[in-house]
Every structure is written in structure tokens, then in C-alpha cells.
Design a protein around this ligand. Sequence first.
Ligand code: NI
Length: 169
Amino acid sequence: MIYPIVKYGNPILDKPSEIVTIFDEELKQLVEDMFESMYAAHGVGLAAPQIGIPRRIAVIDCSFKEDPAAKMVIINPEIIKKHGKQTHSEGCLSLPDFRENVSRAMKCSVRAQDVTGKWFEAEGEELLARALQHETDHLNGKLFMSHVSALKRDLIKRKIRKLVKAGEW
Ligand code: NI
């Protein structure tokens, strides 16, 4: 099932999501639906609150279907190590058509549970490190906008208000 993507302005995106404690068939189905929804929206990462479900689940595929091994599910993730710095233009499915330069750690390690509840650690560099940090932020109620200057943030908010008024958001 493809879920519609929740856009900026919906309060679900600003709240920390709930810890997942039950690892059952329903969760497996939800994860499959999240991949399907992410691909349909042309994204390389998606967090559950972005489809209106405030649970600590995110999916990532930086290869966008090219490499099955790149598919990653992180449940109850925590960034446990960060190293270095990268600054690149970053976007978000909940902020369509907005991109800003965001500084993130160049490398990071995440500790998370898989779809069966097993804990694992994974390391990411460059785009994967960026996706791990971006998606974990979502689960903590943070958008990439919180990493840009107040000036840029206000400009984005103003543009969105106009789009809302025009019925285009
Ligand atoms: Ni996002």
C-alpha cells in the first residue's frame, strides 16, 4: 500500500515518535509499505511519521532500487558515533521542492533494531551518513530546517505560507 506523504505544517512531524516494542507481521507489512511509499515519492529515505505513523521506524535506500543490499530498515535507531563534516544540498519528501545546504557528520554509526527486533550496528559515510542522520532526526521530531539559519528558515516558512494560501501545499 502506498501512503500519502505528510507535509511540513502537520504537527506529527514536530513530535518525537514512539518506541517500537512489538515486532510482528503487521510491522513487516508496514516496513514493506514504507519502501513502496518512499519509491513512489522518489525518495531515498522515509520515516514513519512522514506517512502519519508516529513510530520509531525508518527505511533508507541510497541506491534507489539499484542495489538490493542497500535497502536498510532502522527501528528505534540511535546515532552512537559521528565523525567529520560534510555540507551538501539536502531535501525532504515532507518539504517538496525545497533544498538547502545542511552540514552533517561525514561518517556516523547507528545502533538500531531490525524488523525481527534484533539489535545491530551499522556505519555510513557520505550520502548514507546523511540519510541516517536525517531519518533519525525525523523520529526525534526534527526536520532539516532546524539545521539551517533562522533567516533561511523564515524564508522557507513564508514561501510555504503562500503555497498554503494558494491551495498548493
Ligand atoms: Ni525527510
